[in-house]
Design a protein around this ligand. Structure first.
Ligand code: ZN
Length: 545
């Protein structure tokens, strides 16, 4: 985020309007007016506030958010007028991309049919500390007739206001246009699902799935303290552009590819982001730079996203085993497996793309810790107990969420030797032993040789020309009979999955021929993987712990 002091058109001395109230609540008034011209949406935004201590404050203009950079290209005709203690800022928020970037959801989305943006990628505002008390009013009365409205602060109502901390406003979501709005309840609290575009699934199916994930997580935490919640389901702009999503104040935004199903990828994203409501946000205050805690905040959340989908019945036990194995492969085969947490922090400063190890390593730490607590307490406690404890500690006061606090709390449920191990896994990156009984009686642990995914033929030629070329001598593809020059009439490939065969139908001189082989290349290493035990098929009801 870049702060700029804008050139003022009229400069007058600030008058002391708040002389008798040394700490007034700051009031900001935003008004929005969408203009559709030549198939483009321009959102004209007017921000007004009364002088006082913020009149001469620096203004923050969106520049970067998440993966999006140069967001100020989307801010046009910015004017800033100070007059007699009254500040009036106007600008046009416009679309800042033509070809959808990989994370278009990090940019303000403005299309003739709809808009979706957040404070950090769309709103110009004075600079505040996140703890500053503010009152913010949003005037949406100029929205086009027939447009719907759904934001962090309500749905439908064209005049919205919020009182609270700037941090909550700074993390707010705003959406409107051709969204179809559905209101549901969880324990008497409204949950709004705002869906636009057409999908392979019905709105009702999506609403049911979303409600199931959110209500299951609230039941898990026994926490229903949510006056209002919004979930938006949309695409990146008008074109296809990948999927993504994230949590906001009282809201969650989901972006899907056209034609995508509401499968594991989407449900795990929703389960993951919903879990962040508690880990870390209801566990206390995170340090300013939170990357050092990501082994816990991201890693433990990654572990629970699958555990909770399994317990909610949205993931079968065999699927759960498969995703757990996938995570173990990611962790144990990563070149960053044993970097220290300090190194994770230092690498993050240079390249945030190196932040993946805390996810898989943290998830493996959680798997180990759950198993260790269950064993040590003879099943009386589990990792759940520790997580609830951390939230309970933050209910009245807001203690800092630090590694020390997590260790101290863990020390109530594990012995000193295990606590020492936990510190070594989290801080020193020591290799975590995968506990054999962690998944219960329905899964056993075995050492498996993990091969690379090797198609054995040229991928590009197969995809673009439907031709076999570049057959690698000695590969499984060669052994199965593939030869350069063959025409491919049918393909069935699970990319990067060595457990499923590649199936091709090729045209040869002798006619059509079905070819099947496992795309396995050289060994990546021997690592532990879970396998379904006999009990998984004889008594599947006992598999979920
Ligand atoms: Zn996360």
């Amino acid at each position: 985020m870049r702060c700029v002091l804008l050139t003022t058109v009229i400069v007058v001395c600030p008058i002391s309007v708040y002389a008798s109230h040394p700490h007034p609540t700051i009031v900001l008034n935003y008004a929005f007016k969408p203009l559709v011209n030549n198939g483009k949406l321009v959102m004209r935004i007017l921000l007004q506030f009364q002088g006082g201590p913020i009149e001469n404050a620096d203004l923050v203009v969106p520049t970067t958010w998440g993966d999006a950079k140069d967001l100020d290209k989307g801010i046009a005709n910015l004017k800033n007028v100070h007059e007699a203690g009254h500040v009036r800022i106007s600008y046009d928020l416009v679309k800042d991309w033509v070809v959808p970037p990989s994370r278009a959801d990090h940019h303000a989305i403005l299309e003739p049919e709809y808009f979706e943006f957040n404070t950090q990628n769309g709103l110009v505002h004075p600079k505040f500390a996140t703890t500053t008390r503010v009152e913010v009013r949003f005037d949406w009365r100029k929205l086009l007739p027939g447009w719907s409205l759904a934001t962090s602060f309500g749905a439908g109502d064209r005049l919205q206001s919020f009182r609270g901390t700037w941090g909550e406003v700074n993390n707010a979501l705003f959406a409107g246009g051709d969204f179809r709005i559905y209101q549901r309840d969880i324990s008497g609290r409204p949950v709004i699902v705002a869906i636009r575009s057409n999908w392979q699934f019905t709105d009702e199916e999506v609403a049911v799935r979303i409600l199931k994930v959110i209500s299951f997580e609230r039941a898990f935490w026994r926490d229903y303290n949510f006056p209002y919640y919004l979930v938006t389901v949309s695409t990146f702009g008008r074109d296809d552009g990948g999927s993504g999503g994230g949590g906001f104040t009282n809201a969650f935004a989901l972006f899907l590819q056209r034609g995508s199903s509401f499968g594991y990828g989407v449900q795990s994203l929703l389960a993951h982001e919903t879990f962040h409501t508690w880990n870390p946000y209801r566990m206390g205050v995170l340090p300013d730079s939170s990357i050092g805690m990501s082994w816990f905040t991201e890693g433990f959340t990654t572990y629970y996203q699958d555990v909770l989908l399994l317990r909610a019945g949205l993931l079968s036990f065999p699927e759960y085993v498969q995703h757990t194995n996938e995570n173990l492969r990611k962790y144990l085969l990563s070149p960053a497996r044993n970097v220290t947490n300090q190194e994770v922090i230092e690498r993050h400063r240079v390249d945030s793309a190196s932040d993946v190890i805390p996810y898989s390593r943290g998830a493996t730490t959680a798997l180990w810790l759950d198993s260790t607590i269950r064993k040590g307490t003879r099943g009386k406690s589990s990792l759940d107990t520790l997580m609830f404890d951390l939230v309970r500690q933050a209910r009245r006061r807001k203690p800092a969420l630090t590694a020390e606090r997590v260790f101290r709390t863990a020390g109530k449920y594990i012995d000193a030797a295990a606590l020492q191990q936990l510190r070594e896994y989290a801080e020193l990156g020591k290799t975590i032993p995968v506990p054999a009984a962690a998944l219960g009686p329905c899964a056993t642990l075995q050492m498996n040789d993990i091969p690379t995914f090797e198609l054995g033929i040229d991928r590009e030629a197969l995809i673009s020309q439907h031709t076999v070329s570049g057959v690698k001598a000695g590969s499984a593809a060669f052994e199965a009979g593939l030869r350069d020059g063959q025409q491919v009439t049918r393909t069935n490939i699970y990319w990067n999955d060595v457990s499923k065969p590649v199936q091709l139908t090729v045209h040869t001189e002798g006619g059509s021929k079905a070819v099947e082989y496992y795309p396995r290349g050289s060994s990546l290493g021997l690592i532990p993987q879970y396998h379904l035990s006999a009990e998984a098929s004889s008594s599947p009801d006992h598999c979920v712990q």
